[in-house]
Design a protein around this ligand. Structure first.
Ligand SMILES: Nc1ncnc2c1ncn2[C@@H]1O[C@H](COP(=O)(O)OP(=O)(O)OP(=O)(O)O)[C@@H](O)[C@H]1O
Length: 426
């Protein structure tokens, strides 16, 4: 069986294969036709709808149907926005808007932009829309977010519907047929019920069951959900991953951990050399973790689909780094797992980090800048000064930057809140 995720493998190639979004498809087609006639009322459309209903898929299918090159970027990737701006402005001299050389620009997940951290992103997108010589599609899970008001005004909003049970079942049955998986209608119905209109979630669940059992029944689906519903503490997560006999067991353990992703990477890194006796296994374990870390960084830039690979690498990637598991004789080994050294160090330095935080907040208030800036730019000089109004502990910690790690960790947690929502779907 191929390793490619089924929701990617079976992504519709043409609008005609996209289920259940008839109205949206018609609106999109007439918008594109207005570009063909050279009189677009709107330069951009905003596809609005919950996760997994086909926003990205529809944009890709539209480009293919009209033989256009799709320039795709995640809206929160502000570095790439400059490239897109350049391409969008550049008149295509050798080709027309459509046919070979024509372009369609897709700015995915505009509601993923953090307008506090990246204040220039939305004005930047508005600017691209204004100057673009090519049609632009934006997507959002919640286009009614107050921060998107200006984008709503500058675009034509097209709503996508949650997928009903019938279209979901149709999508799943088609995949079962192509993968030669025996599918019991009740099993397929159970997945459709549980997915709440999210096709990606439904297809992922189908794949999790089918890859192990080659069939999909109601009982197998419910069993998987029971396992997914419970969150695991760090020690249970480690055992779930290291002791997994099947790909899906390790994946479920990674996706149902109560530990956030960054911390789980540290837990696994600390314990890979404890669990594995063979150096080759240790090497492969760390290799999987380092790749997971790369995907995690990229997904935090806004490409949340990549989280799926983070789980594959942290779960099955680590579990099957132990090659002896691939033979018939493997037995789970009980080991005493350790807290990550990082967590121990962080808890030891908690008091001084707290002091640094309160001190920097006081200075930030007085100097009208962020407490982050205080820590990086001001505090290093303060150890040379006599500082009034601060406690001895606060003064002591001014000279070092221990607190930065906490802030980054806290930020990491904040960023992963959104990812947690995504994780539920993978
Ligand atoms: N209407 C649909 N018809 C057929 N397949 C669909 C449909 N919607 C989604 N899918 C399947 O679900 C997968 C995920 O869809 P897609 O990425 O387009 O969702 P999305 O609405 O953009 O979600 P998100 O907001 O999370 O990015 C697709 O790769 C495709 O396999």
């Amino acid at each position: 069986m191929s390793n490619l995720q089924w929701f990617i493998k079976y992504r519709p190639k043409s609008l005609s294969e996209v289920e259940n979004q008839e109205e949206a498809k018609e609106e999109l087609k007439s918008w594109i036709e207005s570009w063909i006639q050279g009189k677009p009322k709107y330069k951009a459309v905003l596809l609005n709808g919950p996760p997994g209903v086909g926003k990205t898929t529809i944009a890709e299918a539209l480009a293919r149907d009209y033989n256009m090159e799709l320039l795709e970027m995640n809206a929160s990737d502000s570095r790439r926005l400059n490239d897109i701006r350049e391409i969008a402005e550049r008149a295509s001299t050798s080709s027309s808007l459509f046919g070979k050389g024509g372009r369609l620009i897709l700015l995915d997940e505009v509601d993923g932009i953090n307008s506090r951290q990246d204040a220039g992103a939305i004005p930047g997108i508005l600017d691209v829309i204004e100057r673009s010589r090519f049609p632009i599609i934006l997507t959002a899970n919640n286009a009614w977010d107050p921060s998107l008001r200006e984008l709503r005004t500058a675009t034509k909003m097209i709503d996508l519907q949650r997928l009903g049970k019938i279209p979901l079942k149709k999508i799943l049955e088609r995949i079962c047929k192509a993968e030669k998986v025996i599918c019991d209608p009740k099993g397929i119905g159970a997945i459709a019920d549980l997915s709440e209109g999210d096709a990606r979630y439904a297809i992922n669940m189908l794949q999790s069951v089918a890859e192990v059992y080659r069939k999909v029944t109601e009982d197998l689906v419910k069993d998987l959900v029971r396992k997914k519903d419970r969150t695991l503490d760090p020690f249970e997560t480690l055992r779930g991953i290291f002791w997994a006999k099947y790909f899906w067991q390790a994946r479920v353990a990674a996706t149902t951990s109560e530990v956030d992703y960054e911390l789980l990477l540290r837990w696994l890194s600390e314990n890979v050399p404890i669990q594995f006796d063979d150096m080759g296994d240790v090497f492969r374990g760390f290799d999987a973790l380092s790749r997971a870390s790369v995907f995690l960084k990229r997904s935090k830039l806004g490409d949340w689909d990549l989280l799926s690979y983070v789980f594959d690498l942290m779960g099955p990637g680590v579990a099957f780094a132990e090659y002896s598991k691939l033979g018939g004789q493997w037995k789970a080994k009980w080991k005493k797992y350790q807290f990550p050294t990082y967590v121990q160090q962080m808890s030891k330095s908690k008091d001084s980090r707290d002091a640094l935080k309160t001190a920097s907040e006081k200075i930030a208030k007085a100097t009208h800048c962020s407490s982050d800036k205080v820590i990086t730019d001001y505090v290093p000089f303060m150890k040379f000064m006599k500082v009034e109004g601060f406690s001895p502990e606060e003064i002591k910690v001014m000279g070092n930057l221990e607190g930065r790690e906490t802030d980054e960790h806290e930020e990491g947690k904040e960023r992963t809140t959104r990812a947690r929502r995504t994780r539920k779907r993978t």
